[in-house]
Design a protein around this ligand. Structure first.
Ligand SMILES: C[S@@+](CC[C@H](N)C(=O)[O-])C[C@H]1O[C@@H](n2cnc3c(N)ncnc32)[C@H](O)[C@@H]1O
Length: 195
């Protein structure tokens, strides 16, 4: 994790400029995250919030949300850019148990290999109270494979394999979404519930 967050730290200004606003996001993702966030009754954690724009988006929808990220530079920048929102240093692996009703992990688990992904998913599951909801976004492909992401190595996941990883830690998968377009890498999203 340290290597990943140091790699993000070195390019955080560039990342915030290029990808740190809703302008760089897909309208379908805004719809999904908004619909998901508005039905959650209780605290939401935006895990791996990066620049903080999704935390700001959910805050503006009336959600009780805080963004956490292991990259100091992102947390410093997010606090300055979105001073009305709450941000703290943290990681997917160190979430307090039973502390949330919603966890958004939007492209923040893309650098985890399968073993680390399992640990992070277990932590997200334990951090949710019963009935809590998990929304994860990631890159899809027909086969699991690492690739050279602009910041540091990331992984493609077949949607059904990611579903299996999520079910393996005890979640019930409620929704899956997949999108292929010509301008970006294939995208997947899963909504799951802690029963
Ligand atoms: C591709 S960026 C996504 C940022 C943001 N969620 C977005 O949608 O733009 C990946 C983020 O995951 C964070 N990250 C890396 N390792 C993490 C971990 N173990 N737990 C939580 N976040 C992590 C990075 O610091 C970075 O902010």
């Amino acid at each position: 994790m340290r290597e990943v967050s140091e790699a993000y730290g070195r390019r955080s200004d560039e990342y915030v400029r290029a990808l740190g606003s809703l302008d760089s996001t897909h309208a379908e993702d805004q719809k999904l995250i908004s619909r998901w966030g508005r039905q959650i009754k209780g605290p939401i954690i935006d895990v791996g919030c990066g620049p903080g724009h999704w935390t700001e988006f959910l805050t503006a929808q009336g959600c009780n949300v805080r963004g956490i990220d292991p990259t100091v530079e992102f947390i410093t920048s997010a606090r300055q850019r979105f001073s009305q929102c709450r941000f703290a240093l943290g990681s997917a692996e160190s979430l307090p148990a039973n502390s949330a009703m919603g966890i958004l992990a939007w492209y923040s688990l893309i650098h985890h290999d399968p073993v680390r992904l399992d640990i992070a998913l277990q932590s997200c599951h334990a951090a949710l109270s019963p009935g809590g909801s998990f929304l994860v976004g990631f890159f899809t492909a027909p086969a699991h494979a690492p690739f050279s992401h602009a910041v540091t190595t990331a992984y493609f996941w077949p949607l059904n394999e990611f579903v299996s990883c999520i079910e393996h830690v005890g979640f019930t998968v409620l929704e899956t979404h997949e999108r292929h377009d010509t301008t970006s890498r294939p995208h997947g999203a899963i909504v799951a519930q802690r029963s």
